[in-house]
Design a protein around this ligand. Sequence first.
Ligand SMILES: Nc1nc2c(c(=O)[nH]1)N[C@H]1C(S)=C(S)[C@@H](COP(=O)(O)O)O[C@H]1N2
Ligand SMILES: [Mo]
Length: 338
Amino acid sequence: MLIKRLPSWILPERAATDEGIYLNRRKFMTNSSLMIGGAALTLAGCSDQSSDGSDAVISQSASTSDFVDPTMDLYPAKRNDAYQIEQALTDETVNSTYNNFYEFGSHKQISKAAQALNIRPWTVKIDGMVEKEMELDIDALIRSMQLEERLYRHRCVEAWSMTIPWTGFAFKDLIAKAKPLSGAKYIRMETFQDPSVATGQKQTWYPWPYVEGVTMEEASNDLAFLVTGAYGKPAAKQFGAPLRLALPWKYGFKSIKSIVRFTFTDKQPVSFWEKLAAREYGFWANVNPEVDHPRWSQATERVLGTGDRIPTKIFNGYGEQVAHLYKDLDLPKTVLYR
Ligand SMILES: Nc1nc2c(c(=O)[nH]1)N[C@H]1C(S)=C(S)[C@@H](COP(=O)(O)O)O[C@H]1N2
Ligand SMILES: [Mo]
């Protein structure tokens, strides 16, 4: 097998290397099991060659033909016009077939595999520094919230971007329900763990389950959005059904999918990617075109489905809403923006 290793800046269309390729390559070199490392490397390397969204749209019910989402009647939700974007929306077909969801594979074509995820029954646990720990049934939770549609931009740390009509509710409404104690400073979130359906979780060198974290101030910001739907209907599984986060001013990996647990804590959570490569994927991960990833530039981004390359904006264009959150933090730029 010939492994091409060109510097990322030589390839304008793929200026960024997938996280998976790098990590699998690193495992390849350190892992004693060459078979496993070699196979994973090939898979990730091939996926990067394919074009955006070549498959047909896969609806949520594609593999379980009799599944009807119990919250279907809540869609489409009313659009909140306070959240608009200038660009056109990314085509649904493209968006539904180009996803990062490492539980189902370390490449972008996971949409079919993700249909194996069983999203009912689904329970969301709220624990840690709260008045009373709770286990919430997803349908009861969704029905207790005011759903709305928002148009958001999404910027992946790999230097591609998309725009998407999310449906969901404000993160601060979940915080109000959780009744955190005054000492809580962070919220740690966790994705489901079930290697029998999510075969990516059999790759034991990853620190499953996927974990992310935010400060209480970040989660309370108006922009922090808990997503239940997309494109006017319940979210497709590959988008992170039945509950996923959208933090549009941060790199995409912060927007954790298929959440099962929110833990209120006074300790800064260590995320999945931070555990793997802290120098490259930090806790803050705010979008900034001036702070490069150690292995590629963050100055521009490839717009999914269009072939356009556009300049990246500080805080992904959401600075007016969130820049104040970071004003008094005495942290080096590289820490805040990586
Ligand atoms: N549980 C989980 N959440 C995740 C990921 C993942 O692999 N697992 N990938 C993240 C990354 S890197 C990005 S860019 C977005 C991708 O969301 P999309 O597939 O809806 O575009 O999900 C984020 N949330
Ligand atoms: Mo990402």
